[in-house]
Design a protein around this ligand. Structure first.
Ligand SMILES: [Zn+2]
Ligand SMILES: [Zn+2]
Length: 390
């Protein structure tokens, strides 16, 4: 068996160089032009068939092996965040107010490293490697746009792989979990409409503030009373706005919030109950509610067989005792749009190093990770792809 860890090790300095260059030059969703250009040049030099401008700034690289076989797609997200960096690193962001605070700079570097390792093995390959560098993971649903623009066609992938550097876990570890790992997410907007009036004459008004308070309290029962205690869901109200004056009952209150679920049937139940509670409780208060529920991303659900292959790859690189299973989060990830169509595995790559102070949470201005994760990530992805293609 090839020693992908040793091969990735030889790329170490370049992986770090790429990552730090991207880190210095963060680009927001759908604006990843510089990043995309560097990726596309690199892929072309390695002999990949390259398509650019997919979902504005996305890049797709195809490496066809010498013999036919499965198509393995590996996805890397490229976008940075509206965060002002406070790491003090010598490779800190050179763009004010923008920062790679989620580690996508590392993902792009890993993708370039993987591209290089696999290009060297093209003659042994049976099948096709499809590397997808995706814009706008952070709330822009770049993956959905890529799917709409046909990224899952010509050729259609048989297997989907993706990873995320993960500062909730130490570097040198990985978590590979079958089944749901990230939640389906929706945003809801709710307007509770009453009738405004004088604060001293509530009997002449319909008070949307009191109605909203009851709606919010009743929403807490959706998960606790309608979802199985063995299943998982979240309903959170994140904003509430109503009224301007201490002695005025306002005409309406606006709220927004989010709903997170894993199982499609649970999702249906929760969406239905949120609607019933919002409309019913408002009506009981004499108010009227307008509720809009907007789906953001489906759940990320890992295929059991592919997760097993990725687990073996991670164990080969890290050692079996350093690969866990069971990490799940109610966060969301637009890789789900690819995984709705193609069975796959999305795994968490440990990247924190508390001794070096590299353990701030994702999206924090002090976020940074141990670059050892780049070497290990490339080795695991190459090993996993090799199980299908070599
Ligand atoms: Zn993020
Ligand atoms: Zn991220």
């Amino acid at each position: 068996m090839a020693d992908f860890k040793a091969e990735a090790e030889r790329l170490r300095e370049r992986l770090i160089g790429w990552r730090r260059d991207f880190h210095r030059h963060p680009e927001l969703a759908f604006e990843e032009r510089r990043t995309a250009e560097i990726v596309a040049d690199h892929l072309r030099r390695l002999g990949y068939q390259v398509q650019t401008g997919v979902a504005k700034t996305g890049v797709v690289g195809l490496l066809e092996g010498a013999r036919p076989g499965p198509v393995v797609m590996v996805r890397f997200d490229m976008d940075a965040l509206l965060v002002t960096e406070e790491t003090g690193a010598e490779y800190a962001s050179e763009v004010p107010g923008r920062m790679h605070a989620c580690g996508h700079d590392g993902h792009v570097a890993m993708g370039m490293g993987l591209a290089e390792l696999m290009a060297a093995r093209r003659d042994e390959m049976a099948g096709t490697l499809k590397l997808v560098f995706q814009p706008a993971e952070e709330g822009g649903n770049g993956a959905e746009v890529m799917v709409k623009e046909g990224v899952l066609k010509d050729p259609r992938p048989d297997v989907f792989l993706a990873t995320h550097v993960w500062n909730e876990r130490p570097v040198g570890t990985a978590d590979v979990t079958a089944g749901p790992v990230m939640a389906a997410a929706e945003k809801f907007t709710c307007v509770v409409k009453g009738r405004g009036g004088h604060g001293a004459l509530p009997h002449l008004a319909v008070d949307p503030i009191v109605a909203s308070a009851q709606v919010i309290a009743a929403l807490q029962t959706v998960v606790s009373r309608n979802v199985s205690p063995l299943d998982t869901a979240v309903v959170s109200v994140g904003s509430i706005h109503g009224g301007d004056a201490f002695n005025v009952i306002p005409p309406q209150v606006e709220m927004t919030g989010t709903i997170r679920t894993y199982e499609p049937s649970t999702r249906e139940t929760v969406l239905r109950r949120v609607r019933e509670v919002v409309e019913g409780v408002s009506a009981a208060c004499g108010a009227e509610a307008e509720l809009e529920i907007q789906p953001l991303t489906p759940a990320v659900i890992n295929d059991a067989d592919i997760a097993e292959v990725v687990r073996k790859a991670a164990e080969a690189v890290l050692g079996p005792e350093r690969v866990t299973s069971g990490e799940r989060t109610m966060g969301s990830e637009d890789a789900a749009f690819f995984m709705e169509e193609v069975p796959g595995c999305y795994f968490f790559l440990g990247s924190a190093n508390a001794d070096k102070g590299l353990d701030a949470p994702h999206h924090n201005p002090r976020f940074d990770f141990d670059e050892e994760a780049l070497v290990l990530g490339v080795a695991i992805l190459a090993q996993a792809a090799a199980f299908y293609l070599l």
